[in-house]
Ligand binder design. Sequence first.
Ligand code: NCD
Ligand code: ZN
Length: 353
Amino acid sequence: MTPTPTSTKTLTLPRPDDWHLHLRDGDMLDVVTPETAAQFGRALIMPNLVPPVVSGAEAEAYRSRIMAAVPVGLDFTPMMTLYLTETTDADDLVAAAQSGLVTAVKLYPAGATTNSASGVRDIDKVMPVLEAMADAGVPLCVHGEVTDPQVDIFDREAVFIERVLDPVRRRIPRLRVVMEHVTTSDGIDYVRDGGPDIAATITTHHLFINRNHILAGGIRPHYYCLPVAKRETHRIALVEAATSGLPGFFLGTDSAPHLDSAKLAECGCAGIYTAPNTLACLAQMFEQHDALAKLEGFVSGHGAAFYGVPVNAGTVMLERVDTPQPVPAPRSTPEGMLTVFDPGVPIHWRVRT
Ligand code: NCD
Ligand code: ZN
């Protein structure tokens, strides 16, 4: 009997970019870098190592370690960020950006997320650096959550916009800003109404999960990330923005690998590893919303335009298959297992390699 053909449809896109990615260091870097490099042309690399990537020299050294982990023959360019601290040297930062070494600077409010202890406590202390960045055209990527213990964790993004982001943008209107991993309709509205110098990255997992996925019917640490997934109305707003075709919204997976032992702990780490199945999941979500034609802008076009780089020359091909694809198996690392994101719905797409 001849086997039934399983491939019904394909979609070829310019090689996409991931505008928010954690590659870590050491053994983990070696395991996860090839998974992104296999599918993406570029990624904006987050600097929250321990210790963080603060200076141009540190970014250069980190970039070399990443390049050493990219398999030969894959066309992948890591674009580097610096981690903003209250003692960041503005001259070093601007020189690193002007030489092309560094693409953007990341603001972590101190204590907001994984490895953010060296982040900013008092935004006034970094205003001179932000002024220098605005003058030099260096974008600021923000982790948009306040850390005030009085503020409920589900409200921290909306309060950040009001207390920090909007005041900073009023003081320095020329500053270009990316609201990273936006999770609320408040964030979506703020970005949509504020362009073109503000944009937002949207993760894959926030398009699929709401807070019930984390908490209903048992606690599921593999769905815990920061900013934490919000209620369903916010997820719907994110899907609408991602599939809207608006240039201010683009993919930043925030793929954030942590060993299972660190996730499944009494105090588990925040972060979801989505790099291996991100494109397949996105194709599924965009198809479901009759928006496959908008996927190219979201993954390959809008971010490149915001960052002023050409769309990648190569392509990636996605194919639709009748049989739902299994969730990729946990990855084995020298220090333990690494679980891949389970979108919780059947995925009929895969990347053809
Ligand atoms: C990220 C990490 O693990 O580095 N975690 C996460 O939940 N997203 C940090 C971050 O981007 O907040
Ligand atoms: Zn992140």
